[in-house]
Design a protein around this ligand. Structure first.
Ligand code: DQA
Length: 148
């Protein structure tokens, strides 16, 4: 199984960015933990981050036929981007939406998620562990479907 892990704007600043909300772990450490967990689970992962909506759209489009699914933290674009929702729908790849913080307990404007409409699961408020659980969900889904 091959998964694309996509991260949206400002997630490159993890560790520096609002540590009370997002923790002190750096983006690099997040990537290393995801890679280690994926390897243990027998899953191939490519991890990418962009601050630009169009770049994320391009990467989702390019994922068609190359990946079995997307683990996606669209960051602030979660709450605004119909373009990202449409891209996910266009390629029709299974997606798990991940948020480090518990968005359900935050501001009203974070209660909307366009990405959720194209995701089979959402994991929110579990920090880096949420990404690892998203990978596990894909593995379980694959097993349930008899693919591995
Ligand atoms: C986030 C939550 C979003 O509301 C916010 O804009 C982010 C990060 C999270 O991981 O908790 O940038 O997606």
């Amino acid at each position: 199984m091959k998964l694309l892990v996509l991260n949206g704007p400002n997630l490159n600043l993890l560790g520096l960015r609002e540590p009370d909300i997002y923790g002190r772990e750096t983006y690099q450490s997040l990537c290393e933990r995801i890679e280690r967990h994926a390897q243990d689970a027998g899953v191939l992962v490519d991890i990418r981050q962009s601050n630009h909506e169009g770049v994320l759209v391009d990467w989702i489009q390019e994922a068609h036929g190359r990946y079995d699914g997307i683990v996606f933290n669209p960051a602030a674009y979660t709450h605004t981007s119909i373009a990202l929702l449409d891209a996910l729908k266009a390629v029709n790849l299974p997606c798990v939406e991940v948020h480090l913080s518990d968005v359900t307990k935050r501001e009203d404007f974070r209660q909307v998620s366009f990405i959720r409409l194209a995701s089979f699961a959402t994991i929110s408020g579990k920090g880096v562990q949420g990404y690892l659980e998203a990978i596990d969900l894909f593995v379980k889904r694959g097993k349930d479907a008899g693919h591995c």
